[in-house]
Design a protein around this ligand. Structure first.
Ligand code: R5P
Length: 284
């Protein structure tokens, strides 16, 4: 049985094709606080809740859903978080700062026994969660979306840190993969070059975890076009788009797509099959 939080409403219809959705009542009081009521009983449940904007509201709702489920007698609570807010605040950079993702993990661990997150910024931070915690990279759905567009294709990561993602997607498609290397030319200038691959005349897919301002993807796409790439496609797991970023990136590339961990107008790739595969072990 699944409980769908307000941040995962856009996934409900697809999830309901494969699983039962538990009846709940979730609403907002006139003062802005959330109200949650669980209307059915059982032993084990999977809560799906994405914690994009308004992040704090989605997080608090997740906690009170957990409390309501325990109160209703559920014993095992699994939590699927397509996009985990605060996951980029994973270290202290200035004295006096928190490790926010640790605080969030501990809070979720008060109610939930298992946690499944999609493409978390730093997988090591899953250790802060007290129970079983799994990071899912939706390589299969990303690869399938682009399969027919990548004749003479190549998969690139915008930096070495994202290479694993490029490798996973490329391996599914049987394509070559590599990454951009960044070289600092001056205090304000960084040169980006694709390493050990010839992009001329080829269709290139750039994969990253997040697109925010779009600066990283636009830069990489411009370099590829300058080097003679045929078509440049960009994909990220999470579309945390800053104002105007969708339009700016779309203009610079042949196609922009993100998954639906966050609902946006370019969330063309559904992670629901990955939820079913990873948690319910449904084959597809
Ligand atoms: C960086 O570590 C991330 O993987 C992304 O490359 C970055 O967050 C993208 O940001 P933007 O879209 O603002 O360039």
């Amino acid at each position: 049985m699944f409980v769908i939080g307000s941040g995962a409403k856009h996934l409900e219809e697809e999830i309901s094709k494969n699983a039962k959705i538990l009846k709940t009542e979730i609403k907002k009081f006139p003062d802005g606080e959330k109200y949650v009521r669980i209307l059915e009983h059982g032993e084990e449940v999977i809560v799906v809740q994405s914690t994009y904007r308004p992040q704090d509201e989605h997080l608090i709702e997740t906690i009170i859903i957990g409390d309501a489920l325990k109160e209703a007698g559920f014993e095992k609570l699994k939590l699927v978080v397509p996009y985990l807010a605060y996951s980029r605040q994973d270290r202290v950079t200035k004295e006096g700062e928190p490790i926010s993702v640790r605080a969030i993990m501990k809070m979720l661990g008060l109610y939930y026994d298992e946690l499944y997150v999609f493409d978390i910024h730093n997988p090591k931070t899953l250790d802060f969660f007290p129970g079983k915690a799994v990071n899912i990279y939706p390589a299969k759905v990303i690869a399938e979306y682009f399969r027919d567009k990548l004749e003479n294709g190549l998969v690139l990561a915008p930096d070495r840190g994202a290479l694993e993602r490029a490798k996973e997607v490329a391996n599914i498609l049987g394509l070559e993969y590599s990454h951009f290397e960044k070289e600092r030319i001056s205090p304000t200038e960084v040169k980006m070059t694709p390493v050990d691959v010839n992009v001329k005349g080829r269709n290139v897919l750039i994969v990253d975890d997040i697109i925010s301002t779009g600066g990283t993807m636009i830069r990489a796409a411009e370099i590829l076009k300058d080097l003679g790439a045929e078509k440049v496609f960009v994909v990220a797991t999470h579309g945390v788009f800053a104002e105007g970023a969708i339009e700016r990136v779309s203009k610079a590339v042949d196609e922009l797509a993100v998954t639906n961990t966050i609902p946006t107008k370019v969330s063309k790739i559904s992670i629901v099959p990955e939820i079913m595969r990873s948690i319910l072990e449904v084959k597809s």
